[in-house]
Design a protein around this ligand. Structure first.
Ligand code: FAD
Length: 684
């Protein structure tokens, strides 16, 4: 498109993009080609951006934790490559939707919109999709031109399984849009997200070949970003060494001050000092960390029941193994420029950076590998044998499960096994950045009260380290082992050796001493507005976290002469001497709250027959029923897989026996509590 055909709005967008590019901390690299398109982010007009970039398909994501976003990028890339249809992938929050219906008539040759929709919390949309659903429900009346497909990402152990994927389909079709293929349902609860995605995608591709008469090609890697080694060095002030965002790189004095002022969100965290950390378990093999983040120097705010997002980095062991198998150990400090070859592609990385910084701070390198990754990395295998093996694994679901998933391999482990240690030096680093998921913040239910702990946010995190039978390594979680390392270092514990270690000082020593990037996510898990309302809390294991916050709030209210309702807390763990979280604190809360607080405990490994919180609830059936009669709120926090559903079923049984009603009436009563917001869950 010639420049003189662009209207003023587009021109303004280009100028804006150039300004943003040349300002420090540009988040996307410039395109190598003639830059006449409208980069993503510089216009909210879908038709304008799609037309200017000559895109014929659109993938939009509603993503909370980054998974839906990663799948949508993967899909867009493969769709473009397989069918030679230029495809744009975008964040639902980045566009206006008034002309969603016009895309098909205004953008020449436009084919399809594909939605990747995650469900968050109690059937809620992810933050980035709230406005989109609001628009659909309240403003949009006609989508009769829209042809779309949809993949939902959910968890079948939750009450509202894939609610937003289902809602996307029902709302769009109600407005006249046409669904192409079937709604895909990815299920994290069964651990089959990847296979569900592959099955949906392959099915959709078959339908598209048929319905849209698309021609399919062999999948070849087409880079959308370009990596160039730079003349800059690791000491150059503009190079990102893993700073959480561009604002943290070499700020002026004034800019440094504003880093404490927020707003803080998933694009810009607060670098919070951890002032207190301690071990909560009494065990050699299992650990749980209590950590307190000081927010007194910032205007980061929270309210009791919110979630803290912690931005982790990868362990030394994982980083070095990953760099090693790619043959990048020697070059780990080489500075690279990351440039987008497509103005609508946003690499999410700060450029320039180093190989090590990218691997340590921005890529999810230690989790499970996807079958699709193995299939596509085969083309870069260093030996014919490795190539054949990788291709076979990419095609064979059972074999992949047996050799990869079942052995808890991560990417570096797998590449190592496939090539017998021969380095994979031919994999373009651009392929790595494009194919490996981005390292995402981890969420924690805040275990402090914004009333009693105004200056600090507490979290309670169980350390993920598991030794599985027939697996020769200990499988570790990223964020919790980082917290574990901080606890050991902060308390100068020398007799415990962590399974993995971290660079605690962080980029340019900015994380020293003991700081981590964090932001707060507002939650709907809240105490009743009237403090006198009784509450029943079911929180086994780390599920007790938000209830510690609730109780601290009620202790503070009592100290302020505010009358509080009864708090009946059910807590469960294995053993009263091993993993009874905050055991001593609860004694103290009891003293302060008197009869207004009661703790009911269930220890699963102290008796021949395992005892769980659900059993204890049955023992206290009458009291639970009476409290609910008195207007009590009922809260459940912790394991979504089994506990939350079991607790609901037990509550239905309690209603049946205490209120002498049928199962269906009792079920309706519990449903009604949910509708009234008197039954709240914070489960994961
Ligand atoms: P990750 O790195 O995310 O790993 C996740 C799991 O995968 C681990 O069990 C790990 O061992 C396993 N794994 C690692 N590598 C592989 C591999 N190659 N193959 C297969 N499996 C692998 N947790 C708490 O402890 N306390 C809380 O209060 C809390 N509140 C939460 C609130 C919300 C709203 C949500 C969504 C979650 C909450 N969680 C809480 C869970 C928490 O967010 C993290 O998921 C958890 O701490 C694990 O994070 P991690 O980075 O240590 O593990």
């Amino acid at each position: 498109m010639a420049l003189d055909t662009l209207d003023l709005g587009v021109l303004a967008a280009i100028v804006l993009a150039i300004v943003i590019y040349f300002t420090k901390g540009s988040l996307w690299g410039k395109s190598d080609g003639e830059d006449v398109s409208v980069p993503r982010g510089s216009s909210r007009d879908l038709v304008e951006v799609l037309s200017a970039n000559n895109k014929k398909a659109l993938v939009l994501f509603a993503s909370q934790t980054g998974t839906a976003e990663d799948y949508s990028h993967k899909f867009a890339k493969e769709f473009q490559s397989r069918f030679s249809i230029p495809t744009m992938c975008g964040d639902l929050a980045d566009y206006d939707y008034e002309n969603l219906n016009e895309i098909f008539t205004s953008v020449d040759g436009f084919q399809l919109v594909i939605f990747f929709t995650a469900t968050y919390g109690e059937g809620e949309p992810p933050d980035n999709a709230v406005e989109f659903f609001d628009y659909l429900e309240n403003e949009c009346d006609d989508l009769s031109n829209l042809k779309f497909s949809c993949f939902g990402l959910g968890n079948s152990t939750y009450e509202f399984y894939n609610a937003m994927g289902k809602k996307t389909v029902s709302t769009l079709t109600e407005k006249g849009a046409t669904l192409v293929g079937e709604l895909g349902l990815g299920d994290d609860g069964r651990g089959t997200m990847d296979e569900d995605y592959m099955a949906w995608k392959d099915g959709l591709f078959d339908i598209l070949k048929d319905q849209l008469s698309l021609e399919e090609h062999e999948l070849v890697y087409e880079p959308q970003i370009k990596i160039e080694e730079s003349v800059l060095t690791i000491d150059s002030p503009e190079v990102s060494l893993g700073e959480p965002d561009a604002k943290y790189i070499n700020p002026s004095q004034e800019e440094a001050q504003s880093l404490n002022e927020g707003p803080f969100d998933h694009t810009h965290p607060y670098l919070a000092p951890i002032t207190v950390s301690r071990e909560l378990f009494n065990s050699d093999s299992r650990h749980c960390i209590h950590a307190e983040f000081d927010i007194s120097d910032s205007n980061l705010k929270y309210t009791t029941g919110d979630h803290l997002a912690i931005w982790p980095s990868n362990s030394n062991e994982h980083v070095f193994k990953f760099l090693d198998i790619l043959g990048l150990s020697e070059k780990k400090d080489v500075v690279i420029d990351i440039k987008s070859l497509d103005p609508t592609v946003h690499p999410h990385l700060i450029s320039p950076s180093t190989y090590e910084a990218v691997v340590r701070h921005y890529l999810e390198i230690s989790g499970p590998v996807s079958r699709q990754f193995v299939g596509s990395v085969a083309q870069f295998a260093p030996t014919e044998q490795a190539k054949a093996h990788a291709s076979k694994l990419g095609k064979d679901k059972e074999l992949f499960h047996e050799e990869v998933t079942g052995r808890y391999l991560n990417i570096a482990d797998l590449l190592h096994v496939l090539s017998d240690g021969v380095k994979w030096t031919s994999i373009p680093f651009a392929f790595i950045i494009e194919s490996v998921a981005h390292l995402q913040p981890r969420y924690y239910s805040i275990s402090s009260s914004s009333l009693s702990d105004k200056q600090s946010i507490h979290v309670t995190a169980v350390v993920e380290q598991e030794k599985y039978p027939n697996v020769d390594h200990i499988v570790t979680g990223v964020a919790t082992n980082l917290l574990f390392n901080i606890q050991l270092a902060q308390n100068k514990v020398s007799n415990v050796k962590p399974v993995v270690t971290y660079d605690l000082a962080g980029p340019r020593q900015k994380f020293a001493p003991f700081k981590l990037p964090v932001h707060v996510r507002r939650s709907t898990f809240k105490l009743p507005s009237n403090p006198a309302t009784p509450i029943i809390c079911i929180g086994p294991g780390t599920g007790v976290a938000p209830f510690r916050g609730f109780i601290r709030e009620r202790v503070a209210q009592t100290a302020n002469d505010i009358s509080v309702g009864k708090t009946l807390l059910f807590f469960g763990c294995r053993n009263s001497n091993e993993d009874f979280l905050y055991k001593d604190e609860f004694v103290d809360y009891s003293k302060k709250l008197g009869e207004k607080f009661e703790l009911v405990t269930a220890f699963s490994r102290e008796t021949a027959e395992k005892v769980y919180v659900q059993h204890k609830m049955l023992e206290r059936a009458k009291e639970i029923s009476d409290l609910l009669n008195d207007g009590a709120f009922f809260y459940v926090c912790g394991d979504a897989a089994r506990m939350a559903r079991d607790v609901q079923n037990v509550l239905i049984r309690i209603m049946m026996s205490e209120r002498k009603v049928t199962e269906s009436i009792a079920t309706d009563m519990v449903k009604n509590l949910r509708v009234l917001n008197r039954y709240q869950e914070d489960v994961w």
